[in-house]
Design a protein around this ligand. Structure first.
Ligand code: C5P
Length: 395
């Protein structure tokens, strides 16, 4: 996978910079063309000459250096890259990227490239855990930058802590993963619904459900990363809004129906991961309902519209079926009733799958009734598996 690939390796000024030599060497041995960019501080820890001899390529250390073949058009390197790796990435270099500073070659390439970027932070444990650094990392992750967790171990200070650059094989694994990232939804528009709707009873109370929205948000992020234009119709969640995704708030079933009807007009795919209430109040009380001792309260509930079953238009329809029993049989019935292309049957009987978990255990069932059971995996991995199936249907 590395053979023939152009890997831009950014080295920043941390003690772990010396380990970048091993990384450059292994990547070169694997057949990659490694273009090294060193920040000024990095050259205090390891010499450009070392990297030049390892990669057999000129090493860029200064944007205005005329001898460099890349200096004439500095974005050329950004364009040539199949992947950009920053290893080690100091707290300073991460902060600069988060702020969009581009006054050196590495900063410029990181802003100009369309290639996937892998960042391997390595620093003092206190600097790593500092909220400023963590906020910068969170912001960059939301923008699609890939991060490799630093490891726990002995740091340059002599103390034990989390901040060590992982070993070369681990970094290479992350690079290969980034290189494998597909942009197979370029030009496609995907509408994803997420979270649980809440049906108001009165100005204070509602009927809700346990959906966290994590599966839908993971789908939106995965589709975005694969090049799709994404509209995320979000019911009630407490999750950060993903970057570069259009978010439409739809707290109730009726608002979601309205938002979905509008969004699908330009969509190639609709994925309904939201847990939509099946019933709403027949009448929503204008004022807070007062309790009366010795009396029961009866609420009159009426059916909500079946959004997925009723929405009109030509697009691929994907539904979810959260089930606590007869998983596949119940899901298959919904697939037929709602005339879906795919249904994702979701086992909600275990704590590591379904509501609020970060992992999920699903069965993907297609129109022909073919069921594929997936093992337990992260919701992001499930999202990519679902998109793989959707991609086959688009073809
Ligand atoms: O019928 P059931 O609620 O089990 O079906 C689940 C699927 O249908 C999910 O994809 C859900 O988002 C969707 N749904 C809907 N409108 C409803 C109820 C569920 O679109 N009122």
């Amino acid at each position: 996978m590395l053979k023939g690939k152009t890997i831009v390796l950014g080295i920043t000024g941390g003690i772990a910079a010396y380990k970048a030599a091993d990384l450059a060497s292994k990547l070169t041995q694997a057949g990659a063309k490694v273009e090294v960019i060193m920040t000024a501080a990095a050259t205090k820890f390891i010499t450009p000459l070392t990297l030049r001899n390892i990669t057999h390529r000129p090493v860029v250390t200064d944007m205005f250096e005329l001898a460099s073949e890349w200096s004439v058009e500095h974005v050329a390197l950004a364009e040539a890259a199949d992947v950009v790796v920053v290893a080690p990435a100091t707290a300073n270099s991460i902060a600069r990227l988060a702020a969009g500073i581009a006054d050196d070659m590495l900063g410029t390439v990181l802003l100009a490239t369309k290639a996937p970027v892998v960042i391997a932070p390595a620093m003092n444990d206190l600097m790593y855990s500092n909220k400023v650094t963590q906020e910068n990392i969170k912001k960059l992750k939301a923008r699609g930058f890939n991060f490799i967790e630093p490891e726990y171990g002995r740091l340059a200070s002599g103390k034990m802590g989390k901040g060590r650059l992982p070993d070369t094989p681990k970094i290479i694994e992350a690079i290969e993963h980034a290189l494998g990232q597909k942009r197979d939804f370029e030009g496609k528009t995907i509408v994803v619904t997420a979270g649980g709707t809440r049906e108001p009873i009165d100005p204070v109370r509602h009927i809700g459900n346990r959906s966290s929205g994590k599966m839908g948000y993971a789908l939106a992020e995965a589709a975005r990363d694969r090049g799709a234009k994404v509209t995320l119709i979000s019911a009630n969640v407490s999750l950060d809004a993903p970057a570069d995704v259009t978010i439409i708030k739809a707290p109730t079933a009726l608002e979601m129906k309205q938002a979905v009807g509008e969004a699908v007009k330009k969509a190639d795919v609709l994925i309904m991961a939201a847990a939509v209430a099946d019933y709403q109040l027949e009448v929503i009380a204008k004022n807070k309902i007062k309790k009366e001792s010795g009396r029961n309260l009866t609420l009159n509930l009426v059916r909500t519209p079946d959004i997925l079953g009723e929405v009109k238009g030509h697009f691929i329809r994907v539904g979810f079926a959260a089930e606590s029993e007869n998983l596949v049989a119940n899901a298959k019935k919904k697939l037929t009733d709602k005339k879906l292309d795919l249904i994702i049957a979701n086992d909600i009987t275990k704590t590591d799958s379904g509501f609020d978990a970060n992992t999920n255990r699903v069965v993907i069932i297609n129109k022909k009734g073919k069921a594929e059971e997936l093992p337990l995996m992260s919701k992001r991995e499930v999202a990519d598996k679902i998109l793989d199936k959707v991609k086959e249907l688009i073809k």
